[in-house]
Design a binder for this molecule. Sequence first.
Ligand code: NAD
Length: 322
Amino acid sequence: MFIVPESAIADLITPDAAFDAVESVFAAMAAKDAYNFPVVREAIGHEDALYGFKGGFDRAGGSLGLKAGGYWPHNLEKRGLINHQSTVFLFDPDTGKVSAMVGGNLLTALRTAAASSVSIKHLARPDSAVLGMIGAGHQSVFQMQAAVKHRDFTRVIGWNYHPEMLSRLADCAAGLGLPFEAVDLSTLGRDADVIISITSSFDATLLDAHVTPGTHIACMGTDTKGKQEVDPALLARAKIFTDEVAQSTSIGEAQHAVSQGLIQPSDIAEIGAVINGTHPGRTSTEDITLFDGTGVGLQDLATAAKVVELARAAGTAIEVDF
Ligand code: NAD
């Protein structure tokens, strides 16, 4: 088997390579060539940690395996470690033998940013010029860096629940050569052509009344039952797309609109269908498109498999007889 440690990942995989891997696996999911296994997520009663597994099998790409890990809220403060910890394990689909162990922390950020940027590529208006960011945490920087590759954004506007964190967005925008302005939510909803929401909120932040026709919204923060970033009424008004419908309605942003009877699961389309050309996606400049990015195990497997390929080609994968 091959081992690629966390410390090696940054030098191996680019956001562009992560984008290609995620776009391909979303397409494979919609073509029924790949599927995710049910997610396990447990409060283990130790260190207040949430631990779980996300796995799947991509017959088209040949990836079988899982990401194991979760959230240890006291890591940073007690041990100087990041709170999210994960590792990806890949298996040979022909024999069941383990084939690779890959650090999953940076990969999680890259594959999550790749998902929202896939949605921007396929659903945002081609003339989108203003990027609106809600959230200024760890993931936000990866999100912004990936988003700007797919439209000619001329400026970034942002809002965060903790305003003292907004300098992270300003610094990131400056690094991309774009002006940044902190705005209130109604200005953000009115002026942004594309909105990325990446927060750990449990209440709707972006309201239906904030959003104007033609906007594309990538809701990326809601990945657990109870979390919520946008007004359920916004989902009733939007064309909704997701990575996986089962996750969208159970742990994604759509859980609220579905439980309130505002939408049906059948109102939600897989982004892979748009990639494959079997769903038209946006059909008007007035459509509001909303991508519910819940985060599926196949994204982790696809990016980890790419890392192993790159590490082997570079001669840096650690080979272990196992
Ligand atoms: P972080 O802890 O670094 O940042 C959290 C962000 O949420 C900050 O911007 C913070 O100000 C904001 N926030 C906190 N409480 C809020 C509230 N009550 N209302 C509005 N905003 C609030 O987290 P992160 O690593 O940037 O992750 C952000 C979210 O993305 C988390 O919910 C995480 O679970 C989720 N996530 C999703 C995926 C996916 O595939 N969809 C992948 C990774 C992370």
